[in-house]
Every structure is written in C-alpha cells, then in structure tokens.
Design a protein around this ligand. Structure first.
Ligand code: ATP
Ligand SMILES: Nc1nc2c(ncn2[C@@H]2O[C@H](COP(=O)(O)O)[C@@H](O)[C@H]2O)c(=O)[nH]1
Length: 209
C-alpha cells in the first residue's frame, strides 16, 4: 500500500492485548507492510522462548543490567509483567520523532498508559481475543509456554481486558486475522491523515509555511 501522507511528528503506535490474543502477529504484519515503521525492541529479564532471537524479538538481560538501564534513564517506560521486567527504549521514540516514522510498541497496558502520559499524541490500540477459550487455545497451540505460565497469563487476562478497553483509543477484535489486520491498518492510515500530523509546509499548496 503506498503512503498517503507526509507525517510531521512521527507516530507512536502502542499495541496491547492479553497474552496470546495475537498482537505480536499483527505488529509483525504491520511492520512488513509499512516501510517507514519500526518495531520497538524491548529489554526484558525473561528468558528467550521458542525461536526468539536476541536483538530481534527482545534484548535479553539480567536484573542488574535492567536496573542500571532504569537508573540511566534509558526507558521511556518500564513495568513488571507476569513476574519479569520489561522496558521500552527511549531511543525508539527519539528515532521515530527524528525520522518522522512509525514506532510500534508491543507492550502491556501499564506501559501504554505511561507512554500516553509522556506523549499524549501516542495512539493506543487494544487487541481483544474473541473469547477466553480461544485465548487459552492460542496460548497452548503456540507451544512456547509451560502450563504454569499459561495459567498465570490467563489469570491476569480479564483485568488487562477491563483496563485496556476503557483506557485505549481503539479496540480491534482479533477473530478473523485478515479482518483484524485491515482494521489495524485503517487506524494507522487514519492517524497518519490527522490534522497536525500532516506537514503542510512540505506540500506545494502555499499553506502552512
Ligand atoms: N486471528 C487469529 N486466529 C488464530 N490464531 C491466531 C490469530 N492471531 C494470532 N494467532 C496465533 O495465536 C498465537 C498467539 O499470538 P501472538 O504470539 O501474536 O500473541 P501475543 O498477544 O503477542 O502474545 P504475547 O503477549 O504472549 O507475546 C500465535 O500462535 C498466533 O499465530
Ligand atoms: N510495559 C511493557 N510491557 C512489555 C514490554 N515488552 C513486552 N511487554 C509485554 O509483556 C507481556 C508479556 O510479553 P511476552 O513476550 O513475555 O509474552 C506482553 O503483554 C507484552 O506486550 C515493554 O517494554 N514494556
């Protein structure tokens, strides 16, 4: 899809969902099809799972390294999620702003709200599974988590949904993947066209100079 607008300030796009709803799969597709987008690679103290790679899915660090990054102010937000620490690099925001690109954050609701407090123009999208049964089925079929991890994630899912639905700007139900993806894409296009995001001075219209 060609890009419809010239963006001025850079778009901070936050995707959150209960674990297993499909936000990472949606984010990866969006990344593939949006040339000026980049993924915010979080830092985490959790161990790699499945085929995850250092520097691609996460930066995997120990707790002491994570603490020193907090002290040095390297995170735009950080949180404890499901018993591990996770943080989003401040540099992701800086690059998106400097390059007028789209930064995609795949983070939890606490993190999304923290980014919104610091950057009120951030766009928060909450992804819902069609049912709790389907959520659990996706977690099990993914075959990356132990029974204990799945139990823990299912326990927090309901409160994450309650918080996310009320606090976020958009809600996308990930039942049929293609439909959910086209809704997500529509939000990105619409937000790119928002007044204030289009740099009028770069168009030959004689306005906004
Ligand atoms: N619409 C869909 N229908 C069926 N399966 C799906 C759909 N969307 C994603 N999945 C599958 O569900 C599983 C969980 O998806 P994904 O890993 O993207 O979830 P997540 O929300 O990012 O979870 P986490 O927070 O644990 O990283 C994956 O195996 C993915 O292929
Ligand atoms: N607040 C933050 N949450 C994050 C970050 N990176 C990931 N996450 C969220 O943690 C859970 C669990 O992720 P998983 O990869 O272990 O399944 C999930 O909700 C992620 O979105 C972050 O930097 N900050």
């Amino acid at each position: 899809m060609s890009e419809p607008t010239i963006r001025q300030p850079g778009l901070l796009l936050v995707l959150s969902a209960p674990s297993g709803a499909g936000k990472t799969t949606l984010a990866r597709r969006l990344l593939k099809e949006t040339p000026q987008a980049h993924f915010s690679i979080s830092v985490t103290t959790r161990r790699p799972r499945g085929k995850e790679q250092e520097g691609v899915d996460y930066h995997f660090v120990d707790v002491a390294t994570f603490q020193s990054k907090i002290e040095r102010g390297e995170f735009v937000e950080w949180a404890e999620v499901h018993g591990h620490f996770y943080g989003s690099p401040q540099s992701t925001v800086d690059v998106a702003r400097a390059q007028r690109g789209v930064a995609i954050f795949d983070i939890d609701v606490q993190g999304g709200q923290a980014i919104k407090r610091k950057h009120p123009d951030a766009v928060l999208i909450f992804v819902l599974p069609p049912s709790m049964e389907e959520l659990e089925r996706r977690l099990r079929d993914r075959q990356t988590d132990s029974d204990e991890t799945i139990r823990r994630r299912m326990l927090t899912a309901r409160s994450e949904i309650e918080h996310g639905v009320s606090a976020y700007d958009y809600v996308v139900v990930n039942d049929d993947f293609e439909r959910a993806y086209s809704e997500l894409r529509a939000v990105v296009v619409a937000e790119g066209c928002r007044r204030g995001r289009v740099d009028l001075s770069r168009l030959k219209l004689g306005v906004g100079t």
